[in-house]
Design a protein around this ligand. Structure first.
Ligand code: 13P
Length: 248
């Protein structure tokens, strides 16, 4: 089954609003590709100017974080209705930086996946193991547990619209990329798990990205693998190189 490729930038905590608009201008012609879903996941303060800057182009806008309530006394948080109203389509959930630095656990992450679907946002659900788990050889069990918990109560129809990003923590921002075979092994495992938890049609439909030091030099090989449908890109999404990844 042909799945549509999805190349998403995760800008993390980079780009002031004016820098964000300038970057959109730099990338505008470089990221043109009608066969690929191109997404910029940007800091909350950049959402409004970025939505405006990419209007009329093939670029979709995503957010990096949100909270599960619609409104109220949650100082510092941003809600799904706020994101929707601003023109956001995708939402990153469960990134290892949110899990490790901000203490988000699988219960909260599962609630966020539910809330995103209920609000009409498309989740990009992240999973991935630490270097210690990779070395211990227990990474498959870890990924299985993360995905099983994070998708608790999520329907097959919803999973068909889901994007899962496999991001080994040891490859994030380190310059050390998982080899294409290592990435394919886990992305294939995730697809098998979805077939077990749901059914084959759902497993065939879910899109799975690799993330972790993906760049213009290694993207084509990673994306050539049958179970890798796209990339979630940090550092290289802030540079003209992002266009080369979109067109790899
Ligand atoms: P890098 O591409 O900078 O390694 O970051 C990957 C990532 O965490 C994307 O979410």
């Amino acid at each position: 089954m042909a799945r549509r490729r999805i190349i998403a930038g995760n800008w993390k905590m980079n780009m002031t609003p004016s820098e964000a608009v300038a970057l959109c201008g730099t990338l505008k012609d470089l990221v043109k590709n009608d066969a690929v879903d191109v997404v910029y996941c940007v800091p909350a303060i950049d959402i409004v100017p970025v939505v405006e800057a990419v209007k009329g182009s093939n670029v979709h806008v995503g957010a990096e974080n949100f909270y599960i309530e619609d409104k109220g006394a949650f100082t510092g948080e941003i809600s799904a209705p706020m994101l929707k109203d601003a023109g956001v389509e995708y939402i990153i959930i469960g990134h290892s930086e949110r899990r490790d630095i901000f203490g988000e656990n699988d219960v909260l992450i599962n609630s966020k996946v539910k809330k995103a679907f209920a609000s009409g946002l498309k989740p990009i659900l992240c999973c991935g193991e630490s270097l210690a788990l990779r070395k211990a050889g227990t990474y498959k069990e870890w990924i299985t547990r993360q995905i099983t918990w994070d998708l608790d109560g999520i329907t097959a129809d919803q999973v068909k619209e889901l994007v899962i990003a496999y991001e080994p923590i040891w490859a994030i921002g380190t310059g050390e990329t998982a080899s294409a075979d290592q990435a394919e092994e886990v992305c294939g495992l995730i697809r098998e798990l979805i077939a077990k938890l749901y059914d084959q049609a759902t497993a065939d439909a879910v899109r799975i990205q690799y993330g972790g030091s993906m760049n213009a030099g290694n993207a084509a090989e990673l994306l050539s693998k049958p179970n890798i449908d796209g990339g979630l890109i940090g550092g290289a999404s802030l540079k003209p190189d992002f266009g080369k990844i979109v067109n790899a």
